[in-house]
Design a protein around this ligand. Structure first.
Ligand code: F6R
Length: 608
């Protein structure tokens, strides 16, 4: 949560800070602020609401200087307001900071500092850090920061200005991301790569409890005790254009339309010419699975839904029982995980705190671990024993689309690879599915052709108060993702249901006022699904079916059907989710919502 930027160089700091914040606004957007060392003092401007509000303030009160920090906020402690917006300063704005995370012991510290005469302006946990710095200031910027770090508890990325050292920024992190972009005669700090990509492709990814002393000509990396550390410079491989809208009105639509490429790229790196699957980098052998009696998949939100689909893949192909757990539940569940468990965590950002902690919990119980993530070098990627990267490219819209479909692809390939090692299914079946995966980008293109159709359907849904999403087997997992997508961007209540479960209570809610989306791609349960569609139709519901183009039956029962090409039922979810993504997108924009930045949400959830 929250986007952080910092700049030191010869340029106008405000320009980079505002541009960087715009590119990080997906991380938080309830207030924004910047601080710049301007004519001998650190000046702060901050404003509640979207970044544009801050830009308007800066038109009348520009900040000019060559060093500064900025922040776009997603409120945790203290409501969104001008005064609670970051940056925060101490009593004299001598130390000014921006922060992402939570300072857990702030109440105790605040009481002590108030007793010593410190005056607090905001309700935030963050402001405490500036006052602790002021309290322990010994004139040496680094040692003051080190002392402060021994006092605060919690999670943080922190970027700090010190009025006595107007050429230097110090930053550090724990359980929240922070990168440093290396320029020529200028350096950049940010929570995420899109903020710096227009300026440099060379970055350092800071690890927990590392510190960086950043000036315009140097970046010194240190451990918490001040010992120098060496770190490889990472080259960002994707282009600046990948983090731009590129002619699309919104990132969400662009990212939906990037799925053919994202899926192609994720498939291509794991397929051998003979149709077998290659994850040889993992260094796994048949023997690796000998002691594994169960697989745990844990994740949050959309990534959790990808895990629910993967359960079907793994149980069918690898023949090991799989449990799928919501990470925030798993981590406090006193789990029965053991050294016989393989724990798979799924996370687009690689920074979701609940998923990271669930992974650590599984490891504490002896589990071996693998992360499926879209973020190279992220906390989750580093914590897991093994990593599989999805090649979705940067996903900026808060609602996940291409990251989800690439997670499905990576998990399907992984299940096939495990079954290849274990010899648990035939080479022919593996080849049949991999052939299907090779064709998938073309099939996705075809489904994207349903764009206008889904826009028309959205016209009829925008007034609905409740929408039901039904499916059976894998289609139930997809229905869950469809409902989440609609809820988060359209703000219409949607509920997903295992279609066979409806008559055990929920059918009471179905009337002509409750449109139903019914997914029917799993051949082994399609006749059951048709019956369930008739049950809701008989109660007056309008039903939008999602079925194969050669399915002659489904259209007899639905009000309207959107068609996907006939593919293997294990591949079908990667296609059937696309009409639901489009439907969510159009419903959102037709209701006048900010589809890329839905209310109350942020992209990377690094708080509990
Ligand atoms: C919904 C969405 C969220 C994320 C969830 C986990 O569209 O994006 O539900 O899937 O917050 O995030 P990651 O995958 O970054 O761990």
């Amino acid at each position: 949560m929250c986007g952080i930027v910092g700049y030191v160089g010869n340029g106008n700091a405000s320009d980079f800070l505002i541009d960087g914040l715009r590119r990080l606004e997906y991380r938080g957007y309830d207030s924004a602020g910047i601080a710049v060392y301007d004519h001998g003092e650190i000046k702060i401007e901050k404003k509640q609401g979207r970044l544009v509000n801050l830009e308007n303030v800066l038109k009348d009160h520009p900040l000019s200087g060559h060093i500064g920090i900025g922040h776009t906020r997603w409120a945790t402690h203290g409501k969104p307001s001008d005064v609670n917006a970051h940056p925060h300063g101490d009593c004299h704005n001598h130390f000014v900071i921006v922060h992402n995370g939570i300072i857990e012991n702030y109440m105790t510290l605040k009481k002590d500092l108030m007793a010593k005469g410190h005056v607090f302006k905001s309700e935030t946990d963050t402001e405490i850090v500036a006052h602790v710095l002021e309290e322990v200031d010994d004139g040496d910027f680094l040692s003051t920061v080190q002392k402060m770090l021994t006092i605060i508890e919690g999670s943080y990325s922190l970027v700090i200005l010190d009025a006595a050292h107007p050429d230097t920024i110090i930053c550090t992190k724990k359980n929240n991301p922070l990168i440093i972009g290396l320029g020529k005669g200028e350096n950049f700090i940010a929570s995420d790569i899109p903020a710096v990509i227009n300026h440099t492709r060379d970055i350092y990814i800071l690890q927990d409890e590392e510190l960086a002393i950043v000036t315009k000509g140097s970046v010194q990396l240190l451990d918490r005790d001040g010992n120098p550390i060496h770190k490889e410079i990472q080259k960002v491989t994707w282009s600046a254009a990948a983090a731009e809208k590129g002619g699309y009105p919104h990132f969400m639509l662009k990212e939906i339309f990037e799925q053919p490429k994202a899926v192609h790229d994720t498939v291509a790196i794991h397929l051998n010419k003979d149709g077998s699957v290659n994850f040889d980098d993992l260094g796994w052998t048949k023997e690796c699975f000998e002691g594994i009696t169960n697989i745990l998949i844990t994740a949050c939100g959309t990534a959790y839904h990808a895990g629910l689909v993967a359960k079907h893949y793994i149980e069918r192909f690898v023949k090991i029982p799989v449990s799928v757990e919501i990470a925030s539940e798993y981590r406090y569940s006193k789990p029965l995980t053991s050294e016989h468990t393989l724990c798979i965590v799924v996370s687009q950002s690689g920074e979701t705190i609940d998923t990271l902690e669930a992974l650590k919990e599984a490891k504490r119980h002896g589990a071996r671990s693998l992360a499926v993530t879209n973020s190279i070098g992220s906390s989750i990627a580093r914590e897991a024993d093994h990593v599989v990267y999805t090649l979705a490219g940067p996903e900026i819209a808060v609602a996940s689309t291409k990251a989800y479909t690439t997670q499905l692809v990576a998990l399907l390939l992984l299940a096939l690879y495990m079954s290849q090692l274990k010899n648990s299914i035939s080479a022919d079946l593996i080849q049949k599915i991999t052939e299907g995966l090779k064709d998938l980008p073309k099939q996705i293109e075809k489904v994207l052709g349903e764009k206008d159709h889904m826009s028309d359907v959205a016209d009829r849904l925008i007034k609905a108060h409740d929408i039901f999403y039904l499916g059976r087997s894998i289609d139930y997992a997809i229905a869950m993702e469809g409902a989440l997508k609609l809820k988060e961007v359209s703000y219409i209540h949607a509920e997903s249901y295992a279609a066979g479960e409806l008559k055990h209570g929920t059918l009471a809610l179905i009337t002509q006022e409750t449109p139903v989306i019914a997914v029917a791609t799993q051949d082994n349960v399609s006749s059951k699904m048709y019956s369930n569609i008739q049950e809701v139709k008989a109660r007056g519901a309008e039903v939008l079916g999602i079925g194969y183009d050669d399915d002659e039956e489904i259209g007899k029962y639905t009000t309207e059907t959107v068609r996907i090409p006939r593919v293997d039922p294990f591949i079908a979810p990667i296609l059937s989710v696309i009409p639901m993504q489009l439907l969510a997108y159009y419903t959102s924009i037709k209701r006048g919502n900010d589809v890329d930045k839905p209310r109350n949400l942020a992209k990377s959830v690094t708080v509990e």
